[in-house]
Ligand binder design. Structure first.
Ligand code: PAF
Length: 295
């Protein structure tokens, strides 16, 4: 695996590979890699000649600076994991390779930077106003900002994202369409521990007592997928809220049944082509999200 810290050097190297007819696959990450990320590399390897993984903890997508500080940084272990997954290239830039001083200043002043749109008026409509977007203002602007920058450096044929961040995936798809980037976005299945817990870099913050309880999140989603045909939205929401409350350890931030295309809460099961149940819960030191596609 070749490691690049410089965006310019990576660009030159990839231009060379592209000119030789190689297809480039790209999996952007913030590191603290686990088997979920490794599955992205494996899927990318199966579909592309050269696979690039980036590790960059992106400050502009964090609302809370404490969360940014606490974000695990495990570059050495991540590098070893990527090597063993036969990843071809790791891009691990310093912050000044990605952001100018002006862009970082805007972040410090809590202002949303729109310069990544490069003159286009990218508008996510209501897609970034619900769920994660409602609770973390500016988060998706930060994600779109960094992903568009990384796309401009790597210029991949295909980019691979986990379906665990369902809303992020939809927003990146919409961004790629609106910026008219010639990149195929590939959605990759959620990878779970054997007891159902969705893999996440944040799982290392779960306490041992909480670890016993967290499979409950996926179990609840599976239960929803089993009963939704025989119930209605109001009852399902009541049941889910009650189920989390009863445990005494989860604070339910949201549970939504959303249209998979628009991400807007559905009014009934007949009106949407595809529906996803999305959940976010808070524990003592960590918040976890998960989802299940109902149909
Ligand atoms: O999903 C993530 O790890 C991040 O949001 C991403 C896509 C790498 C952008 O920083």
């Amino acid at each position: 695996m070749i490691i690049f810290n410089s965006a310019e050097k990576l660009k030159n190297h990839l231009n060379e590979l592209r000119s030789q007819g190689n297809t480039i696959g790209f999996a952007p990450t913030m590191g603290a890699l686990h088997q979920g990320h490794i599955s992205l590399i494996a899927i990318a390897k199966a579909q592309c000649d050269v696979v690039v993984c980036s590790i960059f903890v992106n400050p502009t997508q964090f609302n809370d600076l404490k969360d940014l500080d606490k974000y695990p940084r495990t570059l050495e272990a991540d590098t070893a994991l990527l090597e063993s997954a036969n990843c071809d290239i790791l891009f691990a830039p310093e912050i000044n390779e990605i952001y100018s001083a002006e862009e970082l200043l805007l972040k410090q002043e809590n202002k949303e930077d729109k310069s990544w749109m490069q003159g286009k008026n990218v508008d996510f409509g209501m897609m970034d106003k619900v769920m994660e977007g409602a609770l973390r203002p500016g988060h998706f602007n930060g994600v779109a900002q960094v992903v568009s920058k990384l796309f401009r450096i790597v210029n991949p044929h295909k980019a691979f994202f986990g379906q665990k961040d369902f809303q992020q995936l939809s927003i990146i798809r919409s961004m790629v369409n609106q910026l008219e980037l010639p990149i195929e976005i590939v959605a990759c299945p959620i990878v779970r521990e054997t007891d159902g817990l969705a893999m996440s870099s944040r799982n290392i913050r779960i306490t041992p007592e909480e670890r016993e309880m967290v499979p409950y999140i996926y179990k609840t989603l599976v239960a929803v997928s089993a009963i939704y045909l025989y119930s209605n939205i109001i009852n399902i929401k009541k049941l889910v809220a009650g189920a989390f409350e009863e445990t005494g350890i989860f604070e339910l931030e949201y549970f939504e049944l959303v249209d998979a295309d628009t991400l807007q809460p559905i009014e009934d099961f007949k009106s949407a082509k595809s529906v996803v149940a999305c959940v976010a819960v808070k524990l003592k030191n960590v918040r976890l999200i998960d989802n299940i596609v109902l149909y």
